[in-house]
Design a protein around this ligand. Structure first.
Ligand code: RUQ
Ligand code: CUA
Length: 661
């Protein structure tokens, strides 16, 4: 029956999409603000009002845009190596991408999450998940760089991640694909017996931001899709959607759509802490990596961790409850007051809203319908606050404006709807082009949304832009939400596939933006802080070049005495102490990437000397009028050659004048 519903919905959706295409011009004209251009125009040299951080999806990165202009400022490399600046190629950054599977140079990022204090984004860090090889990264919002990556063990498809509690006590994560725990060779058809899901709680050090895996909750093998944590009255709880409560292991599009309701798992993490303090957790042997960039040396180091506490619901009463939720829910969002938990329903046309107060009353009143693997299932009617009827097709995600309204993205009907909490009445809708996934309001998942704009993130653009072959861009659409009617202002193409995004007022970040790394704080063991220390040293078959850069030369700019079979480490210290003066470094035949070295830092490129010859190197970043002069050579001689190691022989003295006679 669910299959039929699905087919019907898809047929309707295709129809809706066709209509949307045909009537696009007319509808768009109606929803486009009259003075849209003026309202998004940020004059040359002026700053945007908000920073928006968008996930890159399958690009594995985070892109930084300005709002309202939609201008792209930067792509921050996170889980994917980035030859553009040497991230993942420079020796210092390689350890950031280490995992228990070895170095992993790519991933799929979905949900950026700003750190919060008292439920409000504080502009310190941005967290983001890796879906495929489960990890969470932390980006420092002073330097806009990835400074830490922690692997999440016992997980697959780490999608319900990384969502913060009100004060960053935890960043939570959930496993979309259940797996055998511990991993083992079992028949996939033994899914129901052997596969489990995990909900992870990662502690964040309030001073340094350092993450550590505090514990995992072992759950029945459903697909845990998304999460959000409580705030205000619901602080202390986190909520995870799940689908595939059927525990199907094949043909999920049919077999995981059978049950009329799946579940939101409501986790009381304070209760978990109590149980762990009472010794109720098991220690599971496991192996995962925790990688961290040292602030002084700016060298990443990896630590391997081999066990972790795991809590089973049956051994900790009251730690988790299931809230029945219709039709394969996707997003789960907590409104700004912390009183309502709004779920999506990929195959639904209504939006179910759970009430935190009613959940507490249902627990106290033992309104328990059944129990699954030690998890009590609360009665649907007992926890439901209300439903938005005839909402739209395929509601996925919700954000809030702090004024009592929720905004829901509807994938199948390609629109955003605005509705009122408590009356559950729809007050406005606006089409999106096309197939919107997430939507984002600055601070829209926090206790104090800044409101003003809404960004729709669309999966499909079809006829919206100039065609670029078979692959078309995804897009973001900026919508004004200050009035009664939502108004379209702008749309712009995005990098990779933006799933979710977060935005924060620019003035919370601008002042503290890092301008350079002070040379005196550089503790890199191969740093060369002054030109007079520039040199070349040999250690067996390794040659270390202590290199400096400053406008417009390298020191040394010639290296001789390298022999075939040597490995050359170019340790480049950019000794500039000025803003916006990186120097690049590239050498002929390098099989990794370039280096892009910020003022005051040291980065290392490994280069193999393979054949005799003289190989040029140069600066890749146009840094000065004499940038083109910023170059050098490395000479490679045959093995056993007598060419001395050093910075090159001085030019031969001019020949003495011939005696007169
Ligand atoms: S997802 S389009 Cu957050 Cu990866 Cu919903
Ligand atoms: Cu340094 Cu160009």
């Amino acid at each position: 029956m669910r299959t039929k519903t699905l087919v019907k919905l898809v047929v309707v959706a295709v129809g809706v999409l066709a209509v949307a295409f045909a009537a696009r011009a007319a509808k768009e004209a109606r929803s486009l603000a009259a003075n849209a251009a003026q309202r998004v125009y940020v004059a040359p040299g002026s700053y945007d009002e908000f920073y928006a951080f968008m996930s890159g999806g399958f690009s594995g990165q985070v892109s930084v845009y300005g709002l309202p202009s939609g201008r792209l400022f930067r792509v921050i490399p996170v889980f994917s190596a980035n030859p553009e600046n040497g991230y993942g190629y420079a020796e210092e950054t390689k350890p950031l991408l280490m995992t228990s599977h070895g170095p992993v140079p790519w991933d799929d990022t979905h949900h950026p999450e700003l750190s919060q204090t008292k439920g409000v984004p504080d502009g310190r860090w941005l967290f983001i998940n890796a879906n495929n090889t489960p990890r969470i990264a932390r980006i420092d919002l002073r330097s806009f760089e990835t400074v830490e990556i922690i692997e999440i063990p016992n997980a697959g498809g780490q999608h319900a991640s990384p969502f913060t509690t009100e004060n960053g006590e935890y960043i939570v994560a959930g496993t979309r694909f259940s797996v055998p725990i511990p991993q083992q060779d079992v028949a996939i058809s033994s899914f129901k017996d052997n596969f489990k899901g995990t909900l992870s709680f990662i502690k964040v050090d309030p001073e340094s931001g350092r993450m550590s895996l505090a514990f995992q909750l072992l759950m029945p093998g459903f697909n845990y899709d998304l999460a959000h944590c409580g705030k205000g009255p619901s602080h202390g709880w986190c909520f995870y959607t799940s689908y595939n409560s059927e525990q199907a292991h094949t043909l999920l599009e049919v077999n995981a759509s059978k049950n009329d309701k799946d579940f939101v798992a409501a986790v009381n993490w304070r209760r978990a802490e109590e149980c762990i303090a009472q010794g109720k957790a098991k220690t599971l042997p496991t192996k995962y990596y925790h990688n961290h960039l040292d602030e002084g040396s700016r060298i990443a180091k990896s630590e391997v961790i081999d066990s972790e506490p795991v809590l089973e619901p049956a051994s900790c009463e009251g730690v988790v409850y299931f809230l029945p939720t219709p039709k394969s829910p996707h997003g789960v969002d907590v409104d700004s007051t912390g009183r309502y938990i709004v779920a999506g329903g990929k195959l639904s046309s209504t939006i179910p809203v759970h009430s935190f107060e009613k959940i507490q009353a249902a627990i106290a009143g033992k309104k328990i319908a059944t129990t699954i693997a030690g998890v009590p299932v609360l009665e649907f009617e007992a926890v439901l606050a209300g439903e938005v009827p005839n909402a739209c097709l395929g509601p996925l995600h919700n954000e809030f404006d702090g004024k009592g309204y929720a905004y829901t993205s509807c994938f199948l009907s390609s629109e955003v709807i605005k509705w009122q909490l408590e009356t559950w009445k729809i007050v406005d809708r606006i089409p999106t082009y096309y197939s919107i996934g997430h939507l984002m309001i600055p601070g829209g998942d926090s206790a104090k949304p800044w409101g003003k704009y809404l960004v729709a993130m669309n999966k499909i653009t079809k006829d919206r832009y100039l065609p670029t072959g078979p692959e078309l861009t995804q897009s973001a659409q900026l919508i004004d939400i200050t009035g009664d009617k939502m108004q379209l202002l702008l749309d712009f193409p995005t990098v990779g596939e933006p799933h979710y995004a977060q935005a924060i007022p620019a003035d919370l970040l601008v002042e503290k933006s890092t301008r350079m790394f002070p040379l005196e704080n550089n503790t890199h063991p191969y740093a060369t802080k002054t030109e007079k220390d520039a040199r070349v040293e040999r250690q067996g078959k390794d040659v270390h070049v202590y290199l400096t850069s400053i406008r417009s030369h390298f020191k040394p700019d010639n290296v001789e005495g390298v022999q075939v079979g040597d490995t050359v480490f170019f340790h480049l210290t950019n000794v500039e102490q000025d803003w916006d003066v990186p120097h690049g470094f590239a050498v002929l035949g390098a099989q990794n990437a370039e280096l892009l070295v910020m003022p005051g830092e040291t980065r290392t490129l490994k280069w193999e000397a393979k054949a005799p010859g003289v190989y040029p190197f140069y600066c890749t970043d146009f840094c000065s009028a004499l940038h083109q002069e910023m170059q050098g050579y490395v000479r490679v001689s045959p093995q056993g050659s007598s060419v001395p190691l050093g910075t090159g022989a001085p030019p031969p003295a001019p020949a003495a004048p011939a005696p007169k006679g």
